[in-house]
Structures are given as structure tokens and as C-alpha cells.
Design a protein around this ligand. Structure first.
Ligand code: AMP
Ligand code: MN
Ligand code: MN
Ligand code: MN
Length: 276
């Protein structure tokens, strides 16, 4: 394992911890470099940066942008950008569909499964009322005893193709990558093995991403198996992409995710942190 983590979440999105709690936990685990990458939100960065300074952790500005690509949701991590009011406004716009989605999902869960008050329940679990996640919905269903765990909630109801999900039209891939580049940041494809894309579709995604200015891909992610890491390392080599590493820690009991630590990159990889 290495002590670098360029992907994790605080309560500014669907993580459980405050930025300060997150940095304290990362420090305990020996992190030397960390990026906070909340979904569609950069409200935690200044607090996280301040905390990191106390612990001697090198802090990198980060965000995980939800994008729509060919009708699917893909996550793009932006690293080391300089935020602006335009940047904040575009993220705000990207969050706008979330409250409407919560209402739609809540209605579907009541109609199809008889689950009550999902709208109010998920909202109460979220620290940011305009950034409610399916994670909060899943956690509410667990708390109510409607499902055994969050996995079951996604498998039965909330997953991308499940009957109680409702798709948001996020910013498109090219616009998101451009936004990051225009703010002097680097764009990274998050957990590429997670999307269940065919080899061809993954190459198409990668090529469009590179054409828009993207330079990195997550090779080491807690969401990847060893085999997936090796496969994505090959893809990175083929397209000359920098490799990134992130725990995708959310602060809930996420089994194999350790904040501040990530599995070593395969030897062929060029680490993206060489740029920072
Ligand atoms: P959202 O961005 O609100 O659509 O919620 C997606 C979030 O739910 C992801 O960022 C994960 O943290 C979490 N999640 C957990 N399990 C799953 C799953 N099986 N499919 C999609 N998201 C999941
Ligand atoms: Mn998440
Ligand atoms: Mn993600
Ligand atoms: Mn994430």
C-alpha cells in the first residue's frame, strides 16, 4: 500500500465525516498526500486544506463530477484545479436535478414497495440539502429495516437500471473535462472498471475523454480488483494516461476502504501525483 489517496468524500456529498474528521483519520492512517473529491461540490476544500496543513499532509483540491455520457452516468475526478465562481456555479447547476430525483424515487418506492417518507428521511441524513445522494436514500432504507444493507438497496431498487431509480441529466463529459482544464486542473476517469462497459465502449469513453483534454485514469481504486487494476494499467499505458489512486472512502462501514492508503500502482504506470 502507498500513503496517497486522491479520491474520498466528506459530508459535503455522501460521506459521513466532516473535512476535519476526514483529515484526522487520514493522518492516523499515515497519509502523506490527500485530495477531497466530493460529488459535485467543493464546499469542503478550504476546511480540508487547513486541516491538512496542521497534519503535514499535502492537500490537493479535488471534486468528483457526475457526467452523462451516451445516456450513462460516469464519474470524472478533477484534481489540483483553481476554483472560480464559474466553477462553483456549474457544480451548483449539476446538483439541481438531485432534489427532483429524490421526490421521484420517493414516490416510486412508496408505490412499488410501500416504503414511507423516503423523501424526508433521506433529506434528514444529508448535510447538504441540495446534494442528496442515492447513498442517503439507501442508508435511510437500511435504518428503517426495509433492506438489510445498502448493497441490497442498490441491487433491488436504486441501481442505475433498477425500477425505482430516476436518471438525472448531468453535465456532459466534454464540458466537465473542459471545465477542469480551464481551471488549470487535471481530469481523471474515476473507477473505470465499475461501469461494466464493453472493451470497445471503454476505449470510446477514453478517446472522447482524451480529446476533451483528460490526462488521467484511476488504476488503483478500492472499487477495483487486482485483475481490474492490471487491465486498467494496460489501458493507461496504451493511451499514455497518468495513473491515479483513490480509496473512494465515504466513512460508512466500507469494508476494504482505508482512508489515506491505496494499493501500489503496477510498475508500468506513470503516477499522476508526479504532476503535483
Ligand atoms: P448518486 O451520485 O446520488 O447517484 O449516488 C451514487 C453514490 O452511491 C455513489 O457515489 C456511491 O457512493 C454510492 N453507491 C453505493 N453502491 C452503489 C451502487 N451499487 N451503484 C451506484 N452507486 C452506489
Ligand atoms: Mn459516493
Ligand atoms: Mn464515483
Ligand atoms: Mn467517489
Amino acid at each position: 500500500m502507498i500513503n496517497i489517496d486522491l479520491h474520498c468524500h466528506s459530508y459535503f456529498s455522501d460521506g459521513k465525516l466532516s473535512p476535519e474528521e476526514l483529515l484526522s483519520e487520514a493522518h492516523k492512517n499515515g497519509a502523506t498526500m490527500l485530495s477531497l473529491t466530493d460529488h459535485d461540490h467543493i464546499g469542503g476544500l478550504i476546511r480540508a486544506q487547513k486541516s491538512a496543513l496542521q497534519y503535514g499532509i499535502k492537500f490537493i483540491n479535488g471534486v468528483e463530477i457526475s457526467v452523462t455520457w451516451r445516456g450513462r452516468t460516469i464519474h470524472i475526478v478533477g484534481l489540483n484545479f483553481k476554483p472560480s465562481s464559474e466553477f462553483i456555479e456549474i457544480l451548483e447547476k449539476n446538483r439541481q436535478g438531485r432534489i427532483e430525483r429524490l421526490q421521484k424515487i420517493s414516490d416510486k418506492l412508496q408505490k412499488k414497495a410501500g416504503f414511507l417518507k423516503v423523501y424526508e428521511g433521506a433529506l434528514a441524513l444529508s448535510n447538504q440539502s441540495d446534494n442528496v445522494s442515492r447513498m442517503h436514500i439507501a442508508q435511510f432504507l437500511v435504518n428503517q429495516g426495509y433492506v438489510k444493507n445498502r448493497n441490497e438497496a442498490f441491487r433491488k431498487y436504486l441501481g442505475d437500471n433498477k425500477s425505482c431509480n430516476f436518471r438525472i441529466n448531468w453535465i456532459n463529459l466534454t464540458d466537465a473535462v473542459n471545465l477542469i482544464c480551464e481551471h488549470s486542473g487535471v481530469a481523471v476517469i474515476a473507477h473505470p472498471a465499475r461501469y461494466k462497459l464493453s472493451a470497445t465502449a471503454l476505449r470510446n469513453l477514453t478517446e472522447e475523454f482524451i480529446n476533451a483534454g483528460g490526462v488521467g485514469i484511476e488504476v488503483s481504486s478500492s472499487l477495483h480488483s487486482l485483475n481490474e487494476r492490471l487491465n486498467i494499467a494496460l489501458l493507461a499505458e496504451r493511451y499514455n494516461l497518468y495513473a491515479s489512486a483513490g480509496s473512494d472512502f465515504h466513512g460508512y462501514n466500507d469494508f476494504n476502504r482505508v482512508l489515506g492508503k491505496t494499493p501500489e500502482l503496477p510498475a508500468t504506470c506513470r503516477p499522476i501525483w508526479d504532476l503535483f
